[in-house]
Design a protein. Structure first.
Length: 410
């Protein structure tokens, strides 16, 4: 089957977005331990202040700051020790002028105290008296209730991708679970009579299945659920049956291989048969990535994606199309590219966009440099040496050394 007139990446994105626009996004509540990488579906407000009480930031003695005025090594101030504050407990009593209480880091400030003297500036004179050799101002070594987060304050905004620090903040404000945008589920299928698993014995003419592992990793990195991975022979009936079954449980079915115009390349035929909207895009004006197919099925709400067999091309196209679409419709914050200075000329023929892998290095001038990693698109090692890629527009004849470029991280 011959490829139809190819689409630009922008046009393919436009078609894909239009196809799924009525699908919307679903939400689900998950416990914090399962929320990492999720995208917040709603704003989060603090139900309580953080910290919840005035507490010490050092080990030392809770005091009235006025009692320490003028204290020094040569003229210390003597204070009576009236007790010890235990972690996790409310002080049994407050302090009066001339008194102090021992307090550990994080301990609750007793009533009457407005500062904490570090233990390094105190010398125990007896079991009930200490010499203070350093003055401390009001509020010294104390973090007050709500200094970190005020009760009722918006702490996280809808669309935030949850990192470890956001998970920690949610725990701090008393949230055991959080509402996130329900991740897409993905089924990944690799096709090819030549493909074998990583554990199979290598034989002449065989190629190890890379795409299932690489695409699954990218999908999980994006926060998606992976419903299944399949390795199939080049049999149209088997491919159609597997895709049809996957459509019942997945939002995306990605098939790598079989999308160009060889005799056994049946992906386009299967997508054309199963997608209610037919084939949206059959060929991208992109290097690498030309043999890309897009379809959409309205009844199941499934995106059907035919990817190139070359691993680097398959992974980059998945990120360019599916990663972009997910960010767009989920409301998640966009992945901003890294600006960098190109170290050498990069040629490109006009007519199709070019994705060029690059390394990011810090130059002697302190500026971030983009160093192209040249190689054929079928070489998986190229991606392992790269930090990201730059996109040369289809109407441009390459880029020149010294130009500022945008690097999309991978």
């Amino acid at each position: 089957m011959k490829l139809l007139q190819v689409d630009t990446v922008a046009r393919a994105r436009e078609k894909l977005k239009k196809a799924v626009q009525g699908q919307g996004v679903k939400r689900r509540r998950v416990p914090l331990e399962e929320a990492l990488g999720g995208i917040l579906a709603e704003d989060v407000y603090a139900k309580e202040p953080v910290p919840g009480f005035d507490r010490s930031t050092v080990d030392g003695y809770a005091v009235r700051s006025a009692d320490t005025a003028g204290a020094s090594d040569s003229v210390p101030v003597f204070l009576r020790i009236t007790g010890e504050i235990e972690m996790g407990r409310v002080p049994e009593h407050g302090i009066c002028p001339g008194e102090c209480m021992y307090i550990p880091t994080g301990g609750m400030i007793p009533e009457g105290a407005d500062a904490v003297v570090m233990i390094e500036y105190c010398e125990l004179f007896s079991e009930t008296e200490t010499a203070v050799c350093h003055s401390v101002p009001a509020g010294g070594n104390i973090v007050h209730a709500g200094d970190d987060v005020q009760e009722g304050e918006k702490v996280l905004t809808k669309g935030t991708r949850l990192r470890p620090q956001e998970i920690g903040l949610l725990a701090a404000v008393g949230e055991e679970s959080v509402t996130i945008v329900k991740p897409w589920s993905v089924t990944i299928i690799a096709t090819g009579d030549e493909l074998i698993t990583p554990g199979d014995r290598m034989e002449p003419g065989k190629v190890r299945n890379i795409n299932n592992y690489g695409l699954e990793a990218i999908a999980r990195q994006m926060g998606f659920d992976v419903s299944g991975c399949f390795l199939l022979k080049d049999e149209r009936g088997l491919l159609e049956e597997t895709v049809r079954s996957a459509m019942r449980q997945s939002d995306i079915v990605a098939v790598s291989g079989g999308s160009s115009k060889g005799k056994k390349d049946e992906t386009a035929s299967v997508i054309g048969t199963l997608a209610s909207e037919g084939i949206l895009t059959q060929g991208l004006a992109l290097k690498p990535g030309k043999p890309t197919i897009l379809g959409y099925d309205v009844p199941t709400g499934t995106i059907l994606l035919g990817l190139p067999g070359h691993p680097s091309a398959a992974m980059i196209v998945f990120q360019l199309l599916i990663g972009w679409l997910w960010e767009d419709i989920s409301g998640g914050k966009k992945s901003w590219p890294v600006p960098a200075e190109l170290t050498v000329n990069v040629p490109a023929a006009p007519g199709r966009a070019v994705c060029q892998t690059v390394q990011l290095l810090r130059g002697e001038d302190g500026r971030t440099k983009a160093v192209p990693v040249f190689g054929r698109s079928g070489l998986i090692s190229i991606l392992t040496k790269a930090d990201g890629y730059i996109v040369i527009p289809e109407n441009q004849e390459g880029l020149k050394k010294g130009e500022m470029v945008e690097v999309f991280l991978i």
